[in-house]
Design a binder for this molecule. Structure first.
Ligand SMILES: [Zn+2]
Length: 194
């Protein structure tokens, strides 16, 4: 039996302002009606002391709440989570191209600033930071395993300039790509201490 979770201040603000961008990040149920909703639901504002929150619709169902007919919280998976996951798949596939946030947003049919906002809300990091993590993971593999020039590796992970790639790599791992190649395991160790 898990304790009932009360909304945080941020969640409560999202509920009373019907914030669509909070949809998919949590669900709220009203103890007095037995119904659960998405934050954006425009149904009558509940009293705060009657509100409990859940991380997903299944948790609310398991606790015995019924989905609201108005906001249909069970549709959230398709309506809200999917574009962000699709954008992550898109970046994992196209990281070798010099992508912009606008291009990624367009790929999942969302307005750029809305997409950026929602990506951060749902994943806790920015779009470009996510893309950097993907690129650096691939760079690490390429630098460690292959005898490739820095310029070639840079291009394979979406950087136009080898110099710029080298600076980003050093800022990320604390060692330059060429030092990493020369020093092999030592470089890896240095990265892990960071
Ligand atoms: Zn509702």
């Amino acid at each position: 039996m898990t304790a009932r979770k009360r909304p945080t201040n941020g969640q409560w603000q999202a509920i009373i302002h019907n914030e669509g961008c909070a949809d998919g990040t949590f669900f709220y149920a009203v103890l007095t009606t037995g119904i659960f909703c998405k934050p954006s639901c425009v149904s009558r504002q509940p009293r705060k002391q009657n509100v409990v929150v859940f991380p997903n619709p299944n948790a609310a169902l398991q606790a015995g709440f019924r989905p609201c007919k108005r906001c249909q919280p069970l549709d959230t998976k398709t309506a809200f989570d999917q574009p962000i996951q699709a954008s992550q798949r898109f970046m994992q596939k196209h990281y070798a191209q010099p992508l912009t946030v606008a291009q990624v947003a367009a790929a999942v049919h969302l307005n750029t600033s809305y997409f950026e906002h929602r990506f951060r809300k749902q994943t806790g990091q920015s779009v470009m930071r996510y893309l950097l993590d993907v690129r650096m993971a691939h760079s690490r593999d390429l630098v460690s395993e292959a005898e490739l020039s820095i310029q070639t590796i840079a291009r394979r992970v979406g950087f136009q300039s080898g110099n710029y790639f080298g600076r980003v790599f050093k800022a990320y791992f604390g060692v330059t790509p060429s030092n990493w190649q020369q020093q092999g395991k030592w470089g890896e160790q240095k990265w892990m201490e960071n």
